[in-house]
Design a protein around this ligand. Structure first.
Ligand SMILES: NC(=O)c1ccc[n+]([C@@H]2O[C@H](COP(=O)([O-])OP(=O)(O)OC[C@H]3O[C@@H](n4cnc5c(N)ncnc54)[C@H](O)[C@@H]3O)[C@@H](O)[C@H]2O)c1
Ligand SMILES: [Zn+2]
Ligand SMILES: [Zn+2]
Length: 340
């Protein structure tokens, strides 16, 4: 079978691997049908992810069909359509015992710490597989993982219909958070510096878009939020200055700042800004068993991934897809690789 692997930073090939051995016990072999490309795949390709080791089969956003199931697998059979949760944990540490397995101290993510989903078949335990509705096209179903990031973020923030939310960054992550927040009834503004990305945010339901190259962000936020800061800031630009500004000026009294982007440099934050307004500054990482919830959103058309998926390519064009993704932020949002 064919796999997409990075042999060493900068060197991506279509490789050959033996088919997975027949599944035993609770194992399942899944025939991959579609998989999304994410910024982290490109970072690993380019050697910019400190956690990645090589050679590495990329990919963590996949859906497919059950090909074979081990004898102990009860509720999955060949032909079933499934999404693959990409988060693996130890089950023993403090985070795991506190039902926060996505921040397990030994957390492992497909395609980063262990071989990922850009392969024609993958063997995985049944507890990582979630059934998909029959009428959800593969390309759309492949967005379950990015939406799971949004489900985690709105959960961490406790978004309600009474909140004003500022999503910083109109990349794939900002856009799914926009829709997850709208789904809960909040008013949502999205800021970015790329006009075409903001147009996409508008089309996907943003109440206000702010191009910070052209418009004064503070003024726009104050007007949007009725003279205060916004109740919730979702930081999905990965820009340290945006996080600093969120804490210093963008968020309201009793507000929340959710940190998704992770630049490595230290932020300049004044403790009095946190204390005076009793801010909650929270991280949001990966997803904590959010796949069933997100599949319900997609099945019920409560979120709409059609605006997210801009390109669909055969998986053997992965190198071309990576370059397209890296070099055309105006035009590209989510690229889905098809495996048939
Ligand atoms: N926490 C998690 O689980 C998780 C998961 C996936 C991605 N991420 C991180 O979330 C961030 C967003 O991911 P993405 O895939 O959408 O990335 P992306 O690069 O496609 O999107 C970031 C957006 O922010 C905009 N931006 C950058 N600097 C800005 C600035 N100073 N002002 C305004 N806009 C600015 C860019 O134009 C871009 O549209 C990244 O930092 C990524 O590493 C976190
Ligand atoms: Zn991803
Ligand atoms: Zn653990």
């Amino acid at each position: 079978m064919k796999v997409i692997e990075v042999l060493k930073p900068g060197q991506l090939t279509v490789g050959e691997r033996p088919m997975p051995a027949a599944p035993v016990g609770g194992e399942v072999v899944v025939k991959i049908k579609a998989a999304g490309i994410c910024g982290s795949d490109v970072h690993i390709f380019h050697g910019q992810n400190p956690f990645a080791t090589y050679p590495r089969i990329l990919g963590h956003e996949a859906v497919g069909e059950v090909y074979q199931a081990g004898a102990e697998v009860k509720d999955l059979k060949p032909g079933d359509r499934v999404a693959i949760d990409n988060v693996f944990s130890c089950g023993r540490c403090y985070a795991c015992r506190s039902n926060r397995h996505n921040v397990c101290r030994e957390v492992k993510v497909l395609g980063v710490h262990i071989d990922g989903v850009f392969q024609e078949y993958i063997k995985i335990t049944a507890d990582k597989l979630y059934k998909l509705p029959a009428d959800l096209p593969w390309e759309m179903a492949a967005t379950v993982e990015p939406y799971s990031i949004a489900a985690e973020a709105v959960d961490r923030a406790g978004v309600t219909k009474d909140d004003t939310v500022l999503v910083c960054g109109a990349g794939p992550i900002g856009l799914v958070i926009l829709q997850a927040s709208k789904r809960l009834g909040a008013r949502v503004a999205v800021m970015d510096i790329v006009a075409s990305r903001l147009e996409r945010a508008k089309a996907m339901g943003a109440d206000l878009t702010i191009n910070t190259r052209e418009t004064d962000l503070l003024e726009a936020v104050r007007e949007f939020a009725g003279g205060e800061g916004v109740n919730i800031v979702m930081e999905a630009t990965g820009n340290i200055g945006v996080l600093e500004l969120a804490v210093a000026k963008l968020v309201s009294q009793a507000g929340k700042v959710i940190v998704l982007g992770f630049p490595v440099e230290p932020a300049k934050i004044v403790p009095a800004d946190i204390m005076r307004r009793e801010l909650d500054i929270k991280g949001s990482r990966l997803n904590n068993k959010k796949f069933p919830e997100v599949i319900r959103w997609l099945a019920g058309k409560e979120v709409d991934p059609t605006g997210l998926v801009t390109h669909v390519l055969p998986f053997t064009d992965a190198a071309k897809a990576m370059e397209l993704f890296a070099n055309n932020p105006e035009e590209v949002c989510k690229i889905i690789l098809r495996f048939d």
